[in-house]
Design a protein around this ligand. Structure first.
Ligand SMILES: [Zn+2]
Length: 151
């Protein structure tokens, strides 16, 4: 029974652990991959102005980076309008990422709703990034915010 030494048993145990880790890692990659695909699709859908080099803010973090006095574009896909606004106060930024809160298009006066979306498997991945979209009454994405960076 010389082959059944503790070292060999240890290796078998390690191999089992490795497989479990690999499985978890693959799951994580899959979740990240899905999230990336979703963002890419959204970006493609939100291209009424394809030549624009500006990037829309898709996460709560990006929106909250805006401070009083910063300007941003409110792009409405319902009426194909772009409104440049200036952040009046912190409450305005808060309203822009308040889940379920209403935002009005300054041009067509339509009401859109702030919706927070998380990547698939929310709560299991440590790097969960909250994204924010603006939807109309049918739940279709119809508006996005583009912060204007001023140096
Ligand atoms: Zn509009």
């Amino acid at each position: 029974m010389e082959w059944l030494d503790p070292g060999r048993c240890g290796n078998l145990e390690t191999e089992k652990q490795m497989k479990t880790m690999l499985k978890a890692f693959t799951g994580l990659l899959l979740a990240v991959g899905l999230a990336t695909t979703a963002s890419a699709q959204r970006a493609n859908n939100a291209l009424p102005f394809p030549k624009s080099p500006l990037k829309s803010a898709s996460s709560q973090e990006e929106i909250q980076k805006m401070k009083k006095g910063n300007r941003y574009m409110q792009v409405c896909m319902e009426c194909q309008s772009v409104t440049v606004k200036e952040v009046a106060d912190d409450k305005e930024v808060e309203a822009l990422c308040h889940d379920g809160g209403p935002i009005h298009c300054p041009s067509c006066k339509k009401k859109v709703k702030v919706k927070r979306v998380g990547p698939p498997g929310k709560g299991t991945a440590p790097r969960t990034k909250r994204e924010i979209i603006y939807v109309n009454e049918e739940g279709k994405e119809c508006m996005f915010i583009v912060p204007i960076k001023e140096e």
